[in-house]
Design a protein around this ligand. Sequence first.
Ligand code: ATP
Length: 366
Amino acid sequence: MARVTLDTLRKEFDRGTIVAVDDLDLEIDDGEFVTVVGPSGCGKTTTLRMVAGLEEPTSGTVHFDDEDVTDIHAKERPVAMVFQNYALYPHKTVRENMAFGLKMSTEMTTEERHERVREMAEMMGIEDLLDDKPDELSGGQKQRVALGRAIAREPEVFLFDEPLSNLDAKLRTEMRAEIQKLQKEFGVTAMYVTHDQEEAMTMGDRLAILNDGELQQVGEPTEVYQNPVNEFVAGFIGSPSMNFVDVDVETDGAGATIRNEEAGLDLDLSAEYVRGHDLRNGRYTLGIRPENIVLDESPSGDENLRSTVEVVEPIGSDNYVHLTVTEDFLARSPADVKPEAGDEVGVSFAEEHIHLFDPETGEDVF
Ligand code: ATP
Protein backbone atom coordinates (compact mmCIF):
# COMPACT_ATOMS: atom_id res chain seq x y z
CA MET A 1 0.00 0.00 0.00
CA ALA A 2 1.12 3.57 -0.38
CA ARG A 3 1.36 6.90 1.35
CA VAL A 4 0.10 9.63 -0.99
CA THR A 5 1.78 13.03 -0.85
CA LEU A 6 0.60 16.09 -2.75
CA ASP A 7 3.20 18.84 -2.75
CA THR A 8 2.17 22.37 -3.84
CA LEU A 9 -0.10 20.73 -6.39
CA ARG A 10 -1.62 23.24 -8.77
CA LYS A 11 -3.99 23.11 -11.70
CA GLU A 12 -4.88 26.06 -13.86
CA PHE A 13 -7.33 26.01 -16.75
CA ASP A 14 -7.94 28.44 -19.60
CA ARG A 15 -4.44 29.92 -19.62
CA GLY A 16 -4.38 30.57 -15.91
CA THR A 17 -7.69 32.41 -15.69
CA ILE A 18 -9.14 29.55 -13.63
CA VAL A 19 -7.14 28.23 -10.69
CA ALA A 20 -8.94 24.96 -9.93
CA VAL A 21 -6.39 23.75 -7.36
CA ASP A 22 -4.19 26.29 -5.65
CA ASP A 23 -0.85 24.91 -4.41
CA LEU A 24 -2.33 22.09 -2.39
CA ASP A 25 -0.24 20.28 0.25
CA LEU A 26 -1.78 17.11 1.60
CA GLU A 27 -0.43 13.83 2.92
CA ILE A 28 -2.54 10.68 3.20
CA ASP A 29 -0.92 7.98 5.31
CA ASP A 30 -0.55 4.43 4.23
CA GLY A 31 -3.94 2.76 4.77
CA GLU A 32 -5.63 6.00 5.78
CA PHE A 33 -9.08 7.09 4.56
CA VAL A 34 -9.22 10.83 3.81
CA THR A 35 -12.36 12.52 2.54
CA VAL A 36 -11.97 15.68 0.49
CA VAL A 37 -14.99 17.90 0.90
CA GLY A 38 -16.07 21.32 -0.27
CA PRO A 39 -18.72 23.13 -2.28
CA SER A 40 -19.27 22.65 -6.00
CA GLY A 41 -16.35 23.91 -8.09
CA CYS A 42 -13.81 24.02 -5.22
CA GLY A 43 -11.41 21.68 -7.05
CA LYS A 44 -12.13 18.27 -5.49
CA THR A 45 -12.49 16.29 -8.71
CA THR A 46 -9.51 17.99 -10.33
CA THR A 47 -7.37 17.05 -7.32
CA LEU A 48 -8.52 13.43 -7.49
CA ARG A 49 -7.90 13.28 -11.23
CA MET A 50 -4.34 14.52 -10.73
CA VAL A 51 -3.75 11.73 -8.21
CA ALA A 52 -5.20 9.23 -10.70
CA GLY A 53 -3.03 10.60 -13.52
CA LEU A 54 -6.05 11.68 -15.58
CA GLU A 55 -5.18 15.37 -15.33
CA GLU A 56 -1.71 16.85 -15.70
CA PRO A 57 -0.77 19.31 -12.93
CA THR A 58 0.31 22.82 -13.92
CA SER A 59 2.95 22.54 -11.18
CA GLY A 60 3.71 20.59 -8.02
CA THR A 61 4.12 16.86 -7.50
CA VAL A 62 2.30 13.67 -6.53
CA HIS A 63 4.26 10.95 -4.70
CA PHE A 64 3.21 7.40 -3.87
CA ASP A 65 5.53 6.57 -0.98
CA ASP A 66 8.89 7.96 -2.14
CA GLU A 67 8.17 7.57 -5.83
CA ASP A 68 7.37 10.69 -7.83
CA VAL A 69 4.42 9.60 -10.03
CA THR A 70 3.60 13.07 -11.39
CA ASP A 71 4.67 12.14 -14.93
CA ILE A 72 3.55 8.53 -14.82
CA HIS A 73 0.62 7.59 -17.03
CA ALA A 74 -2.73 6.77 -15.38
CA LYS A 75 -2.58 3.15 -16.56
CA GLU A 76 0.76 2.65 -14.87
CA ARG A 77 -0.38 3.96 -11.49
CA PRO A 78 -1.51 1.43 -8.86
CA VAL A 79 -4.86 3.17 -8.40
CA ALA A 80 -8.50 2.21 -8.85
CA MET A 81 -11.19 4.81 -9.24
CA VAL A 82 -14.91 4.56 -8.48
CA PHE A 83 -17.19 7.15 -10.07
CA GLN A 84 -20.65 8.55 -9.42
CA ASN A 85 -21.97 7.17 -12.74
CA TYR A 86 -20.45 3.68 -12.14
CA ALA A 87 -18.58 3.73 -15.50
CA LEU A 88 -19.65 0.20 -16.42
CA TYR A 89 -19.60 -1.07 -20.00
CA PRO A 90 -23.30 -1.38 -20.93
CA HIS A 91 -22.86 -4.24 -23.44
CA LYS A 92 -20.70 -6.37 -21.17
CA THR A 93 -22.04 -8.61 -18.41
CA VAL A 94 -21.19 -8.01 -14.76
CA ARG A 95 -18.60 -10.81 -15.03
CA GLU A 96 -17.00 -9.22 -18.10
CA ASN A 97 -17.06 -5.78 -16.53
CA MET A 98 -15.30 -7.06 -13.44
CA ALA A 99 -12.77 -9.09 -15.42
CA PHE A 100 -11.99 -6.21 -17.76
CA GLY A 101 -9.88 -4.26 -15.27
CA LEU A 102 -7.92 -7.42 -14.53
CA LYS A 103 -7.15 -8.02 -18.19
CA MET A 104 -5.82 -4.49 -18.48
CA SER A 105 -3.65 -4.46 -15.44
CA THR A 106 -2.36 -7.92 -14.55
CA GLU A 107 -0.87 -10.96 -16.15
CA MET A 108 -3.32 -13.50 -14.77
CA THR A 109 -4.54 -16.61 -16.54
CA THR A 110 -8.19 -16.70 -17.61
CA GLU A 111 -8.92 -19.16 -14.81
CA GLU A 112 -7.28 -17.00 -12.19
CA ARG A 113 -9.29 -14.04 -13.45
CA HIS A 114 -12.55 -15.95 -13.21
CA GLU A 115 -11.72 -17.09 -9.72
CA ARG A 116 -10.88 -13.54 -8.62
CA VAL A 117 -14.10 -12.17 -10.13
CA ARG A 118 -16.12 -14.88 -8.37
CA GLU A 119 -14.45 -14.10 -5.02
CA MET A 120 -15.05 -10.37 -5.35
CA ALA A 121 -18.65 -10.89 -6.49
CA GLU A 122 -19.26 -13.06 -3.44
CA MET A 123 -17.72 -10.48 -1.17
CA MET A 124 -19.94 -7.76 -2.66
CA GLY A 125 -23.05 -10.00 -2.56
CA ILE A 126 -23.56 -9.87 -6.33
CA GLU A 127 -22.65 -13.46 -7.31
CA ASP A 128 -26.17 -14.04 -8.66
CA LEU A 129 -25.84 -11.10 -11.01
CA LEU A 130 -22.67 -12.14 -12.83
CA ASP A 131 -24.46 -12.89 -16.12
CA ASP A 132 -26.63 -9.75 -16.07
CA LYS A 133 -25.98 -6.58 -18.03
CA PRO A 134 -25.68 -3.25 -16.15
CA ASP A 135 -29.06 -1.93 -17.29
CA GLU A 136 -30.74 -4.87 -15.53
CA LEU A 137 -29.28 -3.72 -12.19
CA SER A 138 -30.37 -1.18 -9.58
CA GLY A 139 -28.12 1.78 -8.75
CA GLY A 140 -26.86 0.09 -5.59
CA GLN A 141 -26.05 -3.14 -7.46
CA LYS A 142 -24.21 -1.21 -10.17
CA GLN A 143 -22.11 0.52 -7.56
CA ARG A 144 -21.32 -2.84 -5.93
CA VAL A 145 -20.09 -4.09 -9.31
CA ALA A 146 -17.95 -0.98 -9.74
CA LEU A 147 -16.50 -1.43 -6.23
CA GLY A 148 -15.87 -5.14 -6.80
CA ARG A 149 -14.14 -4.34 -10.09
CA ALA A 150 -11.97 -1.72 -8.43
CA ILE A 151 -10.91 -3.86 -5.48
CA ALA A 152 -10.26 -6.91 -7.70
CA ARG A 153 -7.33 -5.03 -9.20
CA GLU A 154 -5.70 -4.88 -5.76
CA PRO A 155 -4.87 -1.18 -6.03
CA GLU A 156 -2.54 0.55 -3.61
CA VAL A 157 -4.71 3.65 -3.72
CA PHE A 158 -8.48 3.74 -3.91
CA LEU A 159 -10.00 6.93 -5.39
CA PHE A 160 -13.69 7.69 -5.02
CA ASP A 161 -15.44 10.52 -6.86
CA GLU A 162 -18.86 11.04 -5.21
CA PRO A 163 -19.70 7.33 -5.67
CA LEU A 164 -22.96 7.44 -3.72
CA SER A 165 -24.56 10.59 -5.13
CA ASN A 166 -26.99 8.69 -7.37
CA LEU A 167 -28.33 6.45 -4.61
CA ASP A 168 -31.26 7.06 -2.27
CA ALA A 169 -30.64 8.06 1.34
CA LYS A 170 -31.05 4.60 2.90
CA LEU A 171 -28.83 2.86 0.39
CA ARG A 172 -26.26 5.62 0.72
CA THR A 173 -25.98 4.98 4.45
CA GLU A 174 -25.59 1.23 3.84
CA MET A 175 -22.96 1.69 1.14
CA ARG A 176 -20.99 4.17 3.25
CA ALA A 177 -20.52 1.49 5.86
CA GLU A 178 -19.68 -1.10 3.22
CA ILE A 179 -17.03 1.07 1.58
CA GLN A 180 -15.36 1.75 4.91
CA LYS A 181 -15.39 -1.94 5.78
CA LEU A 182 -13.82 -2.86 2.46
CA GLN A 183 -11.19 -0.17 2.75
CA LYS A 184 -10.16 -1.29 6.23
CA GLU A 185 -10.27 -4.98 5.31
CA PHE A 186 -7.93 -4.47 2.36
CA GLY A 187 -5.91 -1.76 4.12
CA VAL A 188 -5.95 0.35 0.95
CA THR A 189 -5.10 4.05 1.14
CA ALA A 190 -8.26 5.93 0.16
CA MET A 191 -9.15 9.39 -1.03
CA TYR A 192 -12.88 10.05 -1.17
CA VAL A 193 -14.35 13.17 -2.76
CA THR A 194 -17.77 14.42 -1.75
CA HIS A 195 -19.67 17.70 -1.50
CA ASP A 196 -21.72 16.20 1.32
CA GLN A 197 -20.32 17.26 4.68
CA GLU A 198 -22.26 14.56 6.50
CA GLU A 199 -20.65 11.89 4.33
CA ALA A 200 -17.24 13.42 5.00
CA MET A 201 -17.88 13.53 8.75
CA THR A 202 -18.97 9.92 8.97
CA MET A 203 -16.52 8.27 6.57
CA GLY A 204 -13.02 9.60 6.84
CA ASP A 205 -10.25 9.02 9.36
CA ARG A 206 -9.55 12.65 8.51
CA LEU A 207 -11.22 15.21 6.29
CA ALA A 208 -9.66 17.87 4.10
CA ILE A 209 -11.85 20.88 3.41
CA LEU A 210 -11.35 22.84 0.19
CA ASN A 211 -12.76 26.17 -0.87
CA ASP A 212 -11.90 27.98 -4.12
CA GLY A 213 -9.08 25.54 -4.79
CA GLU A 214 -7.45 26.24 -1.44
CA LEU A 215 -7.07 23.84 1.45
CA GLN A 216 -8.82 25.27 4.50
CA GLN A 217 -8.25 22.62 7.17
CA VAL A 218 -7.27 18.97 7.55
CA GLY A 219 -8.14 17.00 10.66
CA GLU A 220 -10.19 14.33 12.34
CA PRO A 221 -13.93 14.95 11.97
CA THR A 222 -14.58 15.83 15.61
CA GLU A 223 -11.52 18.07 15.79
CA VAL A 224 -12.67 20.03 12.71
CA TYR A 225 -16.22 20.19 14.06
CA GLN A 226 -15.14 21.49 17.45
CA ASN A 227 -12.26 23.68 16.36
CA PRO A 228 -12.86 25.03 12.86
CA VAL A 229 -10.00 27.27 11.77
CA ASN A 230 -12.23 29.80 10.05
CA GLU A 231 -15.79 30.92 9.41
CA PHE A 232 -15.99 29.02 6.12
CA VAL A 233 -15.18 25.66 7.75
CA ALA A 234 -17.43 26.46 10.72
CA GLY A 235 -20.36 27.13 8.38
CA PHE A 236 -19.68 24.23 6.02
CA ILE A 237 -19.16 21.43 8.55
CA GLY A 238 -22.16 20.59 10.73
CA SER A 239 -25.81 20.25 9.85
CA PRO A 240 -27.83 22.36 10.36
CA SER A 241 -25.16 25.03 9.97
CA MET A 242 -23.62 27.18 12.66
CA ASN A 243 -25.44 30.48 13.31
CA PHE A 244 -23.52 33.71 12.82
CA VAL A 245 -24.20 37.20 14.16
CA ASP A 246 -22.09 40.40 14.10
CA VAL A 247 -21.05 41.54 17.56
CA ASP A 248 -19.00 44.24 19.30
CA VAL A 249 -16.49 42.99 21.83
CA GLU A 250 -15.32 45.12 24.73
CA THR A 251 -12.55 43.77 26.91
CA ASP A 252 -12.01 45.12 30.41
CA GLY A 253 -8.55 43.83 31.11
CA ALA A 254 -9.91 40.61 32.56
CA GLY A 255 -13.18 39.39 31.04
CA ALA A 256 -15.09 40.73 28.04
CA THR A 257 -18.59 41.75 27.06
CA ILE A 258 -20.16 40.79 23.76
CA ARG A 259 -23.04 42.90 22.43
CA ASN A 260 -25.30 43.40 19.50
CA GLU A 261 -27.70 46.22 20.30
CA GLU A 262 -30.11 45.54 17.44
CA ALA A 263 -30.56 41.95 18.58
CA GLY A 264 -30.52 42.80 22.28
CA LEU A 265 -27.62 40.38 22.63
CA ASP A 266 -25.58 40.68 25.81
CA LEU A 267 -23.06 38.09 26.92
CA ASP A 268 -20.23 38.25 29.45
CA LEU A 269 -17.10 36.17 29.01
CA SER A 270 -15.25 35.29 32.19
CA ALA A 271 -11.64 36.33 32.77
CA GLU A 272 -10.71 32.67 33.00
CA TYR A 273 -12.16 31.99 29.58
CA VAL A 274 -10.72 35.06 27.86
CA ARG A 275 -7.21 34.44 29.22
CA GLY A 276 -4.89 33.01 26.59
CA HIS A 277 -6.86 34.43 23.66
CA ASP A 278 -5.81 37.47 21.70
CA LEU A 279 -9.14 39.25 22.07
CA ARG A 280 -9.28 43.01 21.40
CA ASN A 281 -12.02 45.61 21.43
CA GLY A 282 -13.87 45.71 18.14
CA ARG A 283 -16.13 43.94 15.73
CA TYR A 284 -16.26 40.15 15.45
CA THR A 285 -18.59 37.53 14.02
CA LEU A 286 -19.99 35.32 16.74
CA GLY A 287 -20.73 31.70 15.82
CA ILE A 288 -22.88 29.28 17.78
CA ARG A 289 -24.12 25.83 16.74
CA PRO A 290 -27.90 25.15 16.87
CA GLU A 291 -27.43 22.31 19.38
CA ASN A 292 -25.56 24.60 21.78
CA ILE A 293 -28.41 27.05 22.17
CA VAL A 294 -30.62 26.78 25.24
CA LEU A 295 -34.17 28.08 24.88
CA ASP A 296 -36.29 29.19 27.81
CA GLU A 297 -40.02 29.27 27.15
CA SER A 298 -40.50 31.62 30.12
CA PRO A 299 -37.72 34.20 29.78
CA SER A 300 -36.36 35.12 33.19
CA GLY A 301 -34.06 38.02 32.38
CA ASP A 302 -30.90 35.91 32.77
CA GLU A 303 -30.78 34.94 29.09
CA ASN A 304 -28.33 36.39 26.54
CA LEU A 305 -31.11 37.66 24.31
CA ARG A 306 -34.83 37.34 23.61
CA SER A 307 -36.36 36.42 20.30
CA THR A 308 -39.70 35.61 18.73
CA VAL A 309 -40.26 32.12 17.36
CA GLU A 310 -40.88 32.06 13.61
CA VAL A 311 -41.39 28.36 12.87
CA VAL A 312 -40.99 25.10 14.81
CA GLU A 313 -39.99 21.96 12.90
CA PRO A 314 -40.28 18.74 14.91
CA ILE A 315 -37.72 16.13 13.79
CA GLY A 316 -38.73 13.39 16.22
CA SER A 317 -36.02 13.38 18.85
CA ASP A 318 -35.62 17.19 18.79
CA ASN A 319 -37.21 20.36 17.48
CA TYR A 320 -35.67 22.87 15.11
CA VAL A 321 -36.80 26.27 16.33
CA HIS A 322 -36.36 29.08 13.81
CA LEU A 323 -35.77 32.53 15.31
CA THR A 324 -34.66 35.88 13.98
CA VAL A 325 -31.59 37.45 15.54
CA THR A 326 -30.81 40.18 12.99
CA GLU A 327 -30.96 37.27 10.52
CA ASP A 328 -32.21 33.67 10.55
CA PHE A 329 -31.08 31.86 13.66
CA LEU A 330 -31.76 28.20 14.32
CA ALA A 331 -31.89 26.44 17.67
CA ARG A 332 -32.07 22.68 18.10
CA SER A 333 -33.94 21.97 21.29
CA PRO A 334 -35.02 18.77 23.04
CA ALA A 335 -38.47 17.44 22.11
CA ASP A 336 -40.02 18.69 25.37
CA VAL A 337 -39.00 22.29 24.63
CA LYS A 338 -41.57 23.11 21.99
CA PRO A 339 -42.59 26.76 21.82
CA GLU A 340 -45.12 27.94 19.25
CA ALA A 341 -44.74 30.40 16.40
CA GLY A 342 -45.11 33.92 17.81
CA ASP A 343 -43.89 32.99 21.33
CA GLU A 344 -41.15 35.07 22.89
CA VAL A 345 -38.31 32.88 24.18
CA GLY A 346 -35.09 33.44 26.10
CA VAL A 347 -31.95 32.41 24.18
CA SER A 348 -28.77 31.47 26.04
CA PHE A 349 -25.41 30.01 25.14
CA ALA A 350 -22.54 28.92 27.34
CA GLU A 351 -19.26 30.73 26.76
CA GLU A 352 -17.40 27.49 26.02
CA HIS A 353 -19.61 26.96 22.97
CA ILE A 354 -19.16 30.28 21.25
CA HIS A 355 -16.71 30.99 18.44
CA LEU A 356 -15.50 34.44 17.47
CA PHE A 357 -14.24 35.06 13.95
CA ASP A 358 -12.27 37.99 12.57
CA PRO A 359 -14.78 39.63 10.20
CA GLU A 360 -12.02 40.61 7.73
CA THR A 361 -10.10 37.34 7.42
CA GLY A 362 -12.75 34.91 8.71
CA GLU A 363 -10.11 33.38 10.99
CA ASP A 364 -11.26 31.78 14.22
CA VAL A 365 -9.78 33.81 17.06
CA PHE A 366 -11.63 32.22 19.92
P1 ATP B 1 -18.20 19.54 -8.27
O1 ATP B 1 -18.52 19.16 -6.87
O2 ATP B 1 -19.24 20.44 -8.88
O3 ATP B 1 -17.85 18.37 -9.14
P2 ATP B 1 -15.41 20.14 -7.83
O4 ATP B 1 -15.12 20.65 -6.48
O5 ATP B 1 -15.11 18.72 -8.13
O6 ATP B 1 -16.90 20.49 -8.23
P3 ATP B 1 -13.75 20.70 -10.10
O7 ATP B 1 -14.59 19.89 -11.04
O8 ATP B 1 -12.45 20.15 -9.70
O9 ATP B 1 -14.59 21.09 -8.81
O10 ATP B 1 -13.53 22.13 -10.78
C1 ATP B 1 -12.79 23.17 -10.17
C2 ATP B 1 -12.82 24.40 -11.06
O11 ATP B 1 -12.12 24.14 -12.27
C3 ATP B 1 -14.21 24.83 -11.47
O12 ATP B 1 -14.24 26.23 -11.54
C4 ATP B 1 -14.38 24.23 -12.86
O13 ATP B 1 -15.28 24.98 -13.62
C5 ATP B 1 -12.97 24.33 -13.40
N1 ATP B 1 -12.66 23.25 -14.37
C6 ATP B 1 -12.64 21.92 -14.13
N2 ATP B 1 -12.29 21.23 -15.23
C7 ATP B 1 -12.10 22.18 -16.22
C8 ATP B 1 -11.70 22.11 -17.60
N3 ATP B 1 -11.42 20.95 -18.19
N4 ATP B 1 -11.60 23.27 -18.27
C9 ATP B 1 -11.85 24.47 -17.65
N5 ATP B 1 -12.21 24.60 -16.37
C10 ATP B 1 -12.33 23.46 -15.65
